[in-house]
Design a protein around this ligand. Structure first.
Ligand code: GUN
Length: 295
């Protein structure tokens, strides 16, 4: 069984991005800038935002974090986004989710200039992805990272049956639509399963490529997987574990031990899809810089 090592691939990718940032700096005198807005003090969001900022700096981009109080009004947030849309030093804008309940997340998504929407959440970007214009949109970072992994590991996808479990706007929907496109590392027949699907194992056991984005620890068990399948685990679930210092550990949506006896290749948790997400965010930010500067 092949372990698809997202940690290693993300390091390779970050080195490649760093070299590109340096060479574009030589040409233009400028570097890409990513601004992340965090509203409130959600601890998990704070960790994500800190990691994004750190990685951004590591590869030579300008990272700006705007911290706003939990009682920020929607209007104040939208005005801030508007200013960033008009700031030529900002190539990527990301508003960390979840947002406090007085703020409409969709209104925020719509307010971000699609040409700076490095999260790929704006309907214009998702629409362009659905239509296959991948060179003229931003792809949501987690599905984009999975595509990169499939490509770098030369996983055979053409004509294969890809089953995506999960239908979120951030992962499931863009993922399924990507796998449907006529590209390298895609070109699949695609099935989407979700919380109302009857008999999920009926579908998953037919998957050549199984992508689990459910949010339930160990949901995919060995009996649900076709022998030889490639299994991609998007889940990051905290489960209690008194044996660890923190009292918990992270596990995926796939029962790794059981499924590893059946699958031909798998992403581990941690160290699989997770590390790819930030790397793809930076790839999108570089892409935005290149488009804006016609590079
Ligand atoms: N919250 C958890 N993941 C993400 C992400 O990829 N983007 C944003 N904006 N918020 C998130």
């Amino acid at each position: 069984m092949l372990i698809i090592d997202g940690k290693k691939v993300s390091l390779d990718l970050k080195n490649e991005l760093k070299a590109s940032v340096e060479s574009f700096k030589t040409i233009t005198g400028n570097v890409p800038g990513l601004t992340v807005i965090i509203v409130g003090q959600d601890p998990a969001s704070q960790v994500y935002v800190r990691n994004k900022a750190k990685t951004c700096k590591e590869i030579g981009m300008i990272s700006t974090v705007i911290e706003m109080p939990a009682d920020t009004t929607e209007k104040v947030l939208l005005d801030t986004i508007h200013d960033l849309n008009n700031d030529p030093a900002v190539h990527g804008i990301l508003v960390q989710q979840p947002l406090p309940k007085q703020i409409d997340e969709f209104a925020v998504t719509l307010a971000i200039d699609p040409s700076k929407d490095v999260d790929g959440f704006h309907p214009e970007n998702l629409g362009r992805l659905v239509m296959g214009h991948l060179d003229k949109c931003f792809v949501s970072c987690t599905p984009y990272g999975i595509l990169e992994l499939l490509g770098r590991y030369n996983i055979e996808t053409k004509g294969k049956h890809c089953v995506v479990v999960g239908r979120s706007n951030i992962v499931g929907k863009p993922m399924a639509n990507l796998m449907l496109q006529k590209l390298e590392a895609t070109n699949c027949t695609v099935t989407i399963c979700h919380s109302a699907t009857e008999n999920i194992p009926f579908y998953t056991s037919q998957a050549d490529i199984l992508i689990a984005a459910i949010g339930k620890a160990g949901f995919i068990t060995a009996d649900m997987v076709k022998p030889g399948a490639v299994v991609i685990d998007v889940g990051i679930n905290r489960i209690e574990d008194p044996a660890t210092k923190s009292g918990y550990r992270l596990v995926g949506d796939v029962d790794f031990e059981g499924v590893s006896a059946v699958a031909s290749a798998m992403t581990p948790v941690p160290g699989g899809v997770g590390p790819m997400t930030i790397a793809m965010l930076l790839k999108n930010t570089l892409q935005s810089f290149q488009r804006i500067n016609r590079l």
